[in-house]
Design a protein around this ligand. Structure first.
Ligand SMILES: [Fe+2]
Length: 407
């Protein structure tokens, strides 16, 4: 059974799409046989005509193109198309007859969701991308679920992924304490992300380690792999065995920290969102590698919303591509950000137990580890893997569709 924390944090994300749909459909529906209200503006008609070969928007005889994709070429589209007639027909369908007498039948709800109003666009974007996040600090009780249940039950899997998106971290309990479990979980999504560290990787204290993670030393808060221009979106870490002494995990909500930095030190925030920083990683694992990348420490979109955090002091390059006058302000900004993250009220401590599978947002969370003691009777072994958000969100949307259909 799902523990209450996961159900509670996942629920808003699960419910939002259906309530938004109901709200919009309520405004869209008119009685069958009655003409619809004012005709939409010309650009809207062009847009809708361009959509007519989509399965959900097409009459039955035009459906089921195997690719489920638009066939109409932009060069064949009359961008000044008007409309001959429109009416609401049976089952809340909207029939549009175009000037060339072609008829398109749309589902009213489908049409209404594509309304160009700000509210409708915002609602649909949220339904598609679930960008609303729940920020947290050291008080967070990490949402938990059952590993086996997630593998076999769609509702449990949907609750897991919804919480992962919203909170950024979920711990699945009860995974067998042997290798191969991160790959099993990745198969539940689709496939995992291959990197130079292999399909999966073993976090252990290794002789001649090619990564600081493969030692027993403390790891400061970081995101994984900013040396890749497209760093992995999601990380699975499975605890097979834990050290007797030390090895506790530390985590912080990077999106929340960026918000605090913007509020408390706007100059530092500006520096970290506008300075490209060099990262590098070199060595041999899956094969040999010599990576170079340039990243903003805090990546924001056009509206200034944080999209990704890129921090890894181990792989931040000694090359700093800045005029000398910007070097000190850059370090000051980095230090200000680090000081906020390391405040006890922001830093979450968690000790993984054998069988725990931590799943977390690598674009958002920073994670670290306390040093640990190794010995003949004590070995710490975690197995990890990466996925990307595209694949995770794809599975989430498919699960949401199937679970909602059954409800
Ligand atoms: Fe890491």
């Amino acid at each position: 059974m799902w523990m209450s924390t996961l159900a509670r944090v996942a629920r808003p994300a699960l419910q939002r799409s259906t309530s938004a749909v109901a709200c919009q459909a309520g405004r869209a529906c008119r009685r069958p046989g009655h003409a619809a209200g004012p005709l939409p503006s010309r650009p809207t008609l062009t847009h809708v005509r361009g959509q007519q070969t989509l399965v959900s928007a097409s009459p039955p005889e035009a459906r089921q193109t195997s690719a489920q994709a638009r066939q109409l070429l932009i060069t064949d589209l009359d961008i000044h198309s008007g409309i001959h007639s429109v009416e609401v027909i049976n089952d809340n369908k909207v029939s549009v007859v175009w000037p060339d007498q072609h008829t398109s039948v749309f589902d009213a709800e489908w049409l209404k969701k594509r309304c160009f109003s700000s509210a409708a666009r915002q609602s649909l974007q949220e339904e598609l991308f679930l960008n609303e996040r729940h920020h947290w600090d050291s008080e967070l009780r990490i949402p938990t679920g059952d590993f086996q249940e997630v593998l076999r039950d769609d509702e449990a899997a949907l609750a897991w992924l919804s919480a992962l998106r919203r909170v950024g971290i979920v711990c699945l309990k009860g995974a067998p304490t042997e290798r191969g479990q991160v790959a099993r979980l990745a198969e539940r999504i689709g496939y995992l992300r291959l990197t130079f560290y292999g399909h999966t990787w073993q976090v252990q204290d290794k002789h001649m380690a090619n990564n600081l993670a493969y030692t027993s030393k403390k790891l400061s808060l970081h995101t994984d792999y900013p040396a890749l221009h497209f760093s992995p979106g999601v990380q699975f870490v499975h605890c097979i065995s834990q050290a007797v002494e030390g090895g506790e995990s530390e985590m912080v909500d990077g999106f929340h920290m960026a918000e605090l930095l913007q509020r408390e030190d706007p100059e530092a925030h500006r520096t970290l969102t506008s300075t490209l920083v060099d990262f590098t990683d070199t060595g041999r694992d899956y094969c040999d590698f010599l990576l170079q990348s340039k990243k903003y420490i805090i990546e924001v979109d056009r509206e200034g919303r944080v999209q990704r955090i890129n921090i890894n002091h181990a792989t931040r390059d000694s090359v700093l591509d800045l005029p000398v006058r910007q070097v000190q302000p850059f370090y000051r900004a980095m230090r200000a950000f680090a000081d906020i993250m390391n405040r006890p009220e922001n830093l979450l401590d968690y000790r993984m137990e054998p069988g725990d599978m931590l799943t977390f947002d690598n674009w958002r969370l920073l994670h670290g580890r306390k040093s640990y003691v190794t010995g003949p009777d004590s070995s710490r072994h975690l197995e990890g893997a990466y996925l990307d958000w595209d694949e995770v969100m794809s599975r989430l949307r498919i699960l949401r569709k199937s679970v909602n259909k059954r409800a």
